[in-house]
Ligand binder design. Structure first.
Ligand SMILES: *Cc1c(COP(=O)(O)O)cnc(C)c1O
Length: 391
């Protein structure tokens, strides 16, 4: 190896050498937090949901950026994520929302993490650990008020709450729940399950003050009455509306400015060529050219989260124009039809997600082609490619 060759242990080596770049706009992320902070009542705390590596945006980096903008509460799925945030120096409260495994209890004490509880076994483990540590551990409980997922069902809530109070070393600091339909502006379900939730909080809250939180991005934006003491924001921080709608600030939210997408994803053309009419493109020949066609070969595929289901559906931006993806998306390659775009060359930048000149492709649009939601697109792109951060 050449003595002066760049070494693989420098970050710039990697970001300079891969075709596929996920760029995270620190300005957009910071701005979304501030716009959301202004839209949500002042007494309501914001928990930034940074699980799944912050929906593909990078957990530690995202937490640091929103912390700098004033966020002091974070939500992760598992203990190891909470530990990683602490090790990176993130302050504030960190909630572990999906439980823990026996023998992991000590992490809650060593790293000052807040557990969310929903079963007897974890109460016993946490209580024993609290006694060993000679500490009182504050826990939040999860109630299933109609989500049909994690949590204690409402009819068993008061018994479970009494159980917590009977365990030495544990104190009930909060009651949380989650809405299944908060992104459906017209649904009655959200307010109905909110009533059920409020009833449980009221019964307990009369005896002890608790922190109540049930609202995700959808509820915070479309059902602001449900914000309680704290809201848990994920997708809106990353610049998308939970229902995929292009809400403007003037529409049915209290946002004074629209949210700004934080992630973009680009690649580079690796080959340009013209093929005659009747040429089969890619595996299975699912696309056959019906005229002489100029194609750009792109070094991106399902290994990069650009899923095979996007075959013959997606579009990308080249020279500021939309080019359709033709044929199957392969593991690391796909083809774009650039017959209508002039002077494309190998090395040209291709936008998969984001803006080029005056054209934009959003995660909602890609989600539409994939039959999914923006959340999944962001996780796929962000967690399967090198990320870089810039303002
Ligand atoms: C991920 C998550 C959220 C955030 O939901 P968004 O729709 O992304 O705002 C809120 N609460 C819980 C329990 C979650 O798991």
């Amino acid at each position: 190896m050449n003595e002066t060759a760049p070494t693989p242990n420098s970050l710039s080596f990697f970001s300079a050498t891969t075709f596929n770049q996920v760029a995270i706009s620190t300005t957009a992320l910071r701005k979304n937090f501030i716009v959301l902070r202004q839209a949500i009542a002042r007494h309501v705390q914001i928990m930034a949901m940074v699980k799944a590596d912050a929906y593909g945006h990078g957990m530690v980096e995202t937490a640091r950026i929103v912390a700098d903008a004033g966020c002091d509460c974070f939500g992760v799925a598992e203990i190891e994520e909470g530990v990683a945030l602490r090790v990176a120096g993130v302050k504030g409260q960190i909630f572990v929302i999906l439980g823990f495994q026996a023998s992991q209890e000590q992490f809650f004490f060593d790293y000052d993490l807040t557990p969310v509880v929903f079963d007897d076994q974890s109460l016993k483990l946490l209580s024993n650990a609290a006694k060993r540590n000679d500490q009182i551990l504050a826990v939040h409980i999860k109630i299933d008020c109609g989500m049909g997922r994690l949590g204690i069902i409402p009819t068993q809530a008061s018994e479970f709450i009494k159980k917590i109070e009977s365990f030495p070393g544990l104190s009930l600091a909060g009651i949380m729940s989650h809405f299944p339909l908060a992104d459906v502006v017209t649904s009655h379900h959200t307010l109905e399950s909110f009533q059920l939730y409020q009833e449980i909080c009221r019964q307990h809250g009369q005896r002890n003050p608790i922190v109540s939180h049930i609202a995700n991005s959808g509820a915070s934006l479309y059902f602001p009455l449900t914000c309680c003491d704290m809201v848990r924001l994920g997708i809106s921080l990353y610049g998308y509306y939970p229902d995929g709608a292009q809400h403007t600030h003037a529409a049915d939210t209290s946002l004074t400015e629209p949210l700004t997408p934080v992630m973009s994803f680009t690649t580079r053309v690796v080959q340009v060529k013209s093929v005659p009419a009747g040429t089969g493109i890619s595996y299975g020949h699912s696309f056959i050219t019906n005229k002489e066609t100029r194609i750009a070969v792109l070094p991106v595929g399902y290994a990069n989260g650009f899923l095979r289901s996007l075959s013959n559906k997606a579009q990308v931006l080249i020279k500021g124009q939309r080019a359709p993806i033709i044929g199957r998306v392969c593991m690391n390659l796909c083809m774009a039809d650039i017959s209508d775009i002039d002077s494309v060359q190998s090395g040209d930048q291709v936008v998969i997600l984001g803006t080029q000149d005056t054209e934009t492709i959003t995660a909602d649009e890609i989600a539409g082609w994939m039959g999914t939601i923006s959340y999944e697109v962001l996780c796929l792109f962000g967690n399967n490619n090198k990320r870089s951060y810039s303002s």
